[in-house]
Design a protein around this ligand. Structure first.
Ligand code: FAD
Length: 382
């Protein structure tokens, strides 16, 4: 038996960032992940400004850059044949966007958590919650050899992804559910020589190219689930090629000339949700608490944002602070969530999609402004 201030289940972008922030505040933190250090996961990993801002504020952006992650200084939206390119406005420590592989990002967050004094354990699976009366008081785990262990903590944080065991065991209510979900297939290519993020759209499909580590591009296609079942599920590689050809023939040609450096990964889609963010002795962060369709590439940014909102609430140490965390998470997330759901419907024409992207951009600006205001407030209070 062991006792910690906080046990965090899941040690990727949400869990490792939360562990780091809490350990930096002097709490005794244990993060547990059933996976392995530096393992990949299903994600096209493009970060938006808010996520890069967080890494910069935490002093971790130099590590992302040192890992050879290419700077993304412009984003091109292709609406059919029309291209709109937006240059990133440098400022507030963000001079570019980045799309680090999860093998890079999650590992460096874990390193930073350990440097701050958190303990991170891999190969251990949380199978249940311990309770003292109504209150969650720790986790029950199985280690890699199947040995049971009880770990007591004042607070259990579920950062264990979409299928969160903490959410299930704590019976976290689903507060809001999306109506739509898209399926995604993606892989990695070398030699594409494409600058910046490229997002291409035609009614019923989207494809894109995201520059990442080791000179590779992540190339993806996103389609409605029925199209995925009909054309992608059995043969994702040819489905991806066909979608590239149909949506963005010039990108398809580059991909044909490039060198494929991975297999094709597939995500069949899952409707987004908000779960109750906390209860007595527990809280949720990252996809465990709030998930939305990956088509707007914002999950990592959300996770890094909410890691800070939650860590601040935990440091305040009152039930009211956890309620404020939920309120702040929802206020910043609902506009992103609803707009993402409308985009994921794939029922738009291109002018309508452009107006949805404007709404998304406004919500992201609001999010960045809120994080900057919070940073200023913290600096003034220090
Ligand atoms: C196809 C696809 C493409 C995406 N593309 C983008 C993108 O371009 N940009 C973007 O920002 N976001 C993207 N996302 C979303 C992003 O990947 C997620 O929002 C992000 O991974 C959430 O991080 P997390 O730390 O909350 O959870 P996860 O990354 O899911 O990590 C959860 C961790 O918990 C561990 N765990 C789970 N259960 C247990 C247990 N019982 N015991 C111990 N450990 C446990 C797992 O091993 C895992 O390591 C994409 C998602 C998908 C599916």
């Amino acid at each position: 038996m062991s006792r910690h201030d906080v046990v965090i289940v899941g040690a990727r972008c949400a869990g490792a960032a939360t562990a780091m922030l809490l350990a930096r505040r002097g709490l005794k933190v244990l993060a547990i992940d059933r996976g392995t250090y530096g393992a990949d996961t299903l994600s096209t990993h493009a970060m938006m400004r808010g996520g890069v801002l967080q890494l910069s504020r935490w002093g971790l952006l130099p590590r992302v850059i040192a890992a050879g992650t290419p700077a993304v200084r412009r984003t091109s939206f292709h609406y059919g044949a029309e291209e709109i390119t937006i240059a990133l406005k440098p400022g507030d420590g963000v001079d570019a966007l980045y799309a680090p592989r999860r093998t890079v990002l999650d590992a460096l967050l874990v390193d930073a958590a350990c440097e701050a004094g958190a303990e991170v354990r891999y190969g251990e699976t949380v199978i249940g919650l311990l309770r003292e009366g109504e209150r969650v008081a720790g986790v029950a785990t199985l280690d890699a050899e199947g040995r049971p262990r009880a770990i007591h903590a004042d607070l259990v944080i579920g950062a264990d992804g979409i299928g969160s065991a903490v959410a299930r065991e704590a019976e976290a209510a689903v507060l809001r559910q999306a109506r739509h979900a898209t399926a995604t297939v993606f892989g990695y290519w070398a030699g594409l020589e494409i600058d910046g993020y490229h997002w291409h759209y035609v009614p019923g499909a989207s494809v894109g190219a995201i520059p990442t580590n080791d000179g590779l591009h992540c190339v993806f296609a996103a389609v409605p689930p029925e199209r995925y079942r009909a054309a992608f599920r059995a043969a994702p590689a040819s489905g991806l090629r066909a979608a590239l050809q149909a949506v963005a023939p010039a990108l398809a040609a580059r991909v044909e000339q490039g060198r494929q450096s991975s297999g094709i990964s597939a995500f069949a889609g899952r409707r987004g949700f908000f779960r109750q963010a906390s209860g007595p002795g527990w809280a949720l962060v990252g996809d465990a608490g709030y998930f939305k369709d990956p088509l707007t590439a914002h999950g990592i940014t959300d996770a890094l944002r909410d890691a800070e909102l939650l860590a601040d609430a935990v440091a305040r140490g009152t039930p009211r602070a956890l309620q404020d965390y939920a309120a702040e998470r929802d206020a910043l997330s609902v506009p992103l969530f609803e707009t993402t759901d409308a985009i994921a419907a794939f029922d738009w024409d291109l002018p309508r999609l452009q107006s949805l992207h404007k709404a998304l951009n406004a919500a992201m600006k609001q999010e960045v402004a809120a994080m900057l205001a919070r940073a200023t407030h913290l600096e003034e209070a220090a």
